[in-house]
Design a protein around this ligand. Structure first.
Ligand SMILES: [Mn+2]
Length: 348
């Protein structure tokens, strides 16, 4: 039995303000979702698992119609989904009354239930969020019903406020596969068995690294999975160490050299670190305007004139601090301690 496991599609998420090409980013989550549907068709997978937060917020009826229309294009695939902490159920949710197609199974109870998928000898267990937070560890000690079935658990959570669990919670469980969502970074918590799919595509630029979905196959209760990246967008962190000697053009030249060899879907998130010339700081705006750069955070400190500070603050704590640090063996650590200490004392 072949399946695809996705989570945290966050349809309808508005990209963070200040990011370039904002509309594109919103479309990208829909495009990535449609891509998964066509992959499910091509790969002839029997089950599509959606582990919560299909939407970033309460879905609109027209959005559910669109999603359902997509599902109707893969009638051979059984779709099983739950609501996460973002698209949790309320009394007014459109989720409550929406008429899903025949191949769509929405586990909408607030307690554990399962759907038995006809002809596949498979039961998929799960439940939906009915509130923003669930702090109880509700995935501990789940028993499966008797019978020779392939058992899958569909879950959402993994942090303190969203159904915490530990990797060994499923050691003795009868699940052949546990499909999780919520944490945006894809990770195989237990190889081929307990998997956090990660967000289908980054939701904001703090979701760095590759994103995509897991594809798997279960045969005789043995599961094999692989991560399949989707490349609509990938945020790449880039730390630039600045020193007073470095010029703006040298910095830009370096960023350009990285952009030139990067595929178009990669977007850079730059952090400036180190010490800059107080009178000629780095122009972060110029870096920000470069192609494929989405964010520039300036964490540089001004470079200090220590000789002048020693004269000025001779016997005070600042002067003593500088002299003490200068007498210590000079390395990166003492250099940093000197700068950060002076910065802190100057702020006093
Ligand atoms: Mn979530």
């Amino acid at each position: 039995m072949k399946f695809i496991h996705i989570a945290d599609i966050h349809l309808g998420a508005k990209p963070v303000q200040g990011e370039t090409r904002e509309e594109d980013r919103e479309n990208e989550s829909w495009q990535a979702f449609k891509e998964v549907i066509s992959r499910a068709r091509q790969e002839q997978v029997q089950i599509l698992l959606i582990a919560g937060d299909l939407f970033h917020r309460q879905p609109l009826v027209r959005e559910l119609k669109e999603v359902n229309a997509q599902f109707s294009t893969i009638p051979q695939t059984q779709v099983v989904l739950i609501a996460g902490n973002r698209d949790y159920l309320t009394a007014e949710s459109c989720y409550q009354t929406f008429p899903w197609g025949e191949n769509v199974h929405f586990l909408k109870q607030s307690h554990m239930e399962y759907v038995e998928l006809e002809g596949l000898d498979t039961r998929v267990y799960g439940f939906s969020y009915w509130q923003r937070e669930i702090t109880e560890p509700m995935y501990q000690d789940i028993k499966v019903k008797d019978g020779d079935y392939c058992n899958i658990l569909l879950g959402h959570g993994g942090d303190e406020k969203h159904i915490p669990f530990r990797s060994n919670d499923f050691d003795k469980s009868a699940f052949d596969y546990v499909a999780f969502g919520h944490i945006h970074k894809p990770v195989e918590i237990v190889k081929d068995k307990v998997v956090m799919a990660g967000a289908l595509q980054p939701v904001d630029c703090s979701d760095t690294g590759e994103h995509g979905y897991f594809q798997g196959e279960i045969k005789d209760h043995v599961c094999k999975t692989e991560f399949v990246p989707l490349h609509y967008c990938e945020y790449v962190p880039l730390i630039l160490k600045v020193s007073p000697e470095i010029t703006q053009s040298a910095l830009q030249e370096y960023v350009l050299s990285r952009i030139r060899v990067a595929p178009k879907y990669q977007k850079f998130r730059i952090t400036l670190k180190g010490f800059c010339d107080e009178e000629h700081p780095v122009d972060a705006n110029q870096l920000r305007s470069m192609e494929q750069v989405v964010q520039v955070t300036d964490r540089c400190c001004a470079d200090y004139d220590f000789e002048k500070l020693k004269l000025q603050y001779g016997q005070q704590i600042l002067g003593r601090y500088i002299r003490t640090l200068e007498e210590m063996p000079q390395n990166e650590v003492t250099k940093k301690a000197l700068y950060y200490g002076v910065e802190a004392l100057m702020a006093e």
